[in-house]
Design a protein around this ligand. Structure first.
Ligand SMILES: OC[C@H]1O[C@H](O)[C@H](O)[C@@H]1O
Length: 297
């Protein structure tokens, strides 16, 4: 395996509509897309499309949605290690004016223990906090073997504190800062104190605040995508994670500033398309985004 991503699979139903009917009402959406979803899962597909195909340890049920998901994974040649749940998870995603509302139908009651996987050849682990037992187990194993460990810190989970001790790269959300009552800078200091070598917080249109081995906390502005082109921002963060893991795997010697520049362009590309699958950039799309969009002020 070239890399291992651990997460929870969703099937995303993304639709464009001005309002969502409530009560005894009906409406017709202007457009819709059906795609795989979930943080580390979407990141894995992004990494695969850019050119390094990872293995994926994720939820799997005996139902139509999981079979549909396996078809999607096959298209990207992603090897799926399914961990059994009773039902597949679904997200209904309504993007609007640069934001998105999500209703999730989730089964995260895993019916079996963490499966043993052979990590031979693995260059990186990426986790998003789902399957917290598996995330911790493999983060410890990877740390022992000198394999890079990366965390999408979307929110605080039961074992986040412990998990962070085995994480090399943690890029967190503003939501996680709020949960921990920390400013983005405060979050960077907390990560540094935990021994996380490269850390940061994504700030949406305000870009990324981050540090690397130098310890200096810096800001990378976002790329400015014209408002008229922004269709669906859902998954832009997941694509950012998948793209920096790809960049690291492809060129591990490059500085982290380079990995994040590539990831920033991947995210900028993604917001112009509806649904996560159509948002995934090819390497050419990333280069085009780098050329086309200027840094926001
Ligand atoms: O980050 C976006 C993802 O989180 C939600 O769980 C959706 O499924 C979506 O794919």
């Amino acid at each position: 395996m070239k890399a291992l991503f651990i997460g929870q699979t969703y099937i995303d139903i993304t639709f464009l509509a001005d309002s969502f009917p409530t009560g005894d009402d009906k409406a017709v959406a202007r457009d819709y897309a059906v795609s795989f979803g979930g943080n580390a899962v979407s990141a894995a597909f992004c990494c695969a499309k850019l050119g390094v195909v990872p293995d994926l340890l994720t939820s799997m049920a005996d139902d139509w949605l999981s079979r549909m998901f396996l078809d999607m994974a096959l298209k990207y040649k992603i090897s799926v290690h399914g961990r059994k749940v009773r039902e597949s998870s679904l997200s209904f995603v309504m993007p609007r004016e640069g934001k998105r509302a999500i209703l999730r139908c989730r089964d995260d009651q895993y019916l079996h223990p963490v499966p043993p996987l052979d990590l031979s050849g693995c260059g990186a682990l990426h986790v998003d906090g789902h399957q917290s037992d598996a995330a911790l187990h493999y983060a410890k194993l990877c740390r022992e073997r000198g394999i890079l460990t990366s965390l999408d810190g979307g929110g605080v989970r039961a074992n986040t504190e412990e998990l962070l001790e085995f994480i090399d790269v943690a890029i967190c959300s503003e939501r996680m800062c709020e949960q921990l009552h920390l400013t983005p800078e405060g979050m960077c200091h907390m990560l540094q104190n935990k021994g996380v070598k490269v850390g940061g917080v994504t700030l949406g249109s305000e870009g990324l605040i981050w540090y690397d081995g130098s310890g200096i906390i810096r800001r990378m502005p976002s790329l400015s995508v014209p408002k008229s082109q922004v269709i669906d921002t859902n998954g832009a963060g997941d694509i950012f994670h998948g793209a920096y893991v790809y960049s690291y795997l492809a060129q591990p010697k490059k500085p982290w500033s380079e990995h994040f520049l590539l990831a920033r362009a991947a995210s900028a590309h993604s917001v112009r398309f509806l649904g996560i699958e159509d948002s995934l950039p090819s390497f050419e799309d990333v280069e085009n985004a780098q050329r086309s969009f200027k840094e926001a002020a």
